[in-house]
Design a binder for this molecule. Structure first.
Ligand SMILES: [Fe+2]
Length: 263
């Protein structure tokens, strides 16, 4: 049903600061800029936008997937931009375990970014994009009071699949999109960053109108109000703004990528 993260909107206290970090250092193409918002396109099927908010920020966590064969090269690019990689308590910055490698760094607002790669992902299905060879936005972190309750709501609404079912941590997965549902009590690795629920809007891609109708019916039966405008469905869950949108991201891609829960 859900194919991918199509858009993520976060907040910033400095649009020029965001532009310097994401455009000048990470080389994300800017596709729109106004007095209150800037929008980047890290990959053809993904936009990342920042809205100016005159309030204290609660930093978000997001992770971009890159090809396994390109990981070292991507980390090299990041280091050449003099962006400090965050260290684990033992001092290492790259975590390499069981065919999964990742690094973390922060933007000027403190949002916690991750570059992640998995050896099981079939290369050549999605074209790596930009200087960082981004395939797609893999993770968006959602800190909540009750992980169990929230993951069950997501399963009922979107038929997401679950992985790593722990009381304070779970992946809720639809296509390439992995929500990281964490307890507000559990801190983000590797720097023990407090998991405060960020202000964000996440747009989920779907491939068919029937999916939209199914979610609308599910929202109705849960008693959750929604707005349907210009073919997009808007609603709020646990303080997070969601949007559903039909895109041309083929729903066969997650399986072709060899994502474990799409095989
Ligand atoms: Fe992560």
């Amino acid at each position: 049903m859900i194919t991918h993260f199509s858009q993520l909107q976060l907040t910033t206290v400095s649009l020029p600061g965001v532009r310097q970090f994401y455009h000048d250092l990470l080389h994300f193409p800017v596709i729109a800029q106004t007095d209150t918002e800037i929008r980047f396109q890290p990959a053809p099927h993904l936009t990342l936008s920042f809205r100016e908010a005159l309030e204290p920020l609660r930093p978000a966590h997001l992770a971009f997937e890159v090809p396994y064969s390109q990981f070292d090269h991507v980390i090299d690019r990041i280091q050449r931009s003099h962006i400090p990689l965050l260290a684990w308590p033992d001092g290492r910055t790259v975590d390499d375990f069981g065919g999964r490698k990742n690094v973390y760094f922060r933007d000027g607002d403190g949002h916690l970014l991750e570059i992640i790669t998995h050896s099981y992902i079939t290369e050549g299905i999605l074209q790596p994009s930009g200087e960082l060879n981004i395939l797609y936005l893999r993770e968006v972190g959602l800190p909540v009071e009750s992980v169990v309750q929230f993951r069950e709501t997501l399963v009922r609404l979107f038929s997401l699949k679950l992985d790593r079912l722990e009381d304070d941590f779970t992946f809720a997965i639809g296509g390439t999109a992995h929500f990281v549902i964490v307890s507000k009590q559990r801190r983000w690795i590797p720097i023990a960053m407090a998991a405060l629920p960020p202000s964000l809007q996440v747009t989920l891609g779907i491939s068919r109108l029937e999916c939209m109708e199914t979610v609308m019916n599910n929202l109705k039966s849960e008693g959750i109000s929604y707005d349907f405008q210009e073919d997009q469905l808007y609603f709020t869950l646990n303080g997070f703004d969601f949007c559903l949108k039909i895109t041309d991201f083929d729903d066969g891609i997650p399986k072709l990528l060899n994502l474990p829960l799409s095989r």
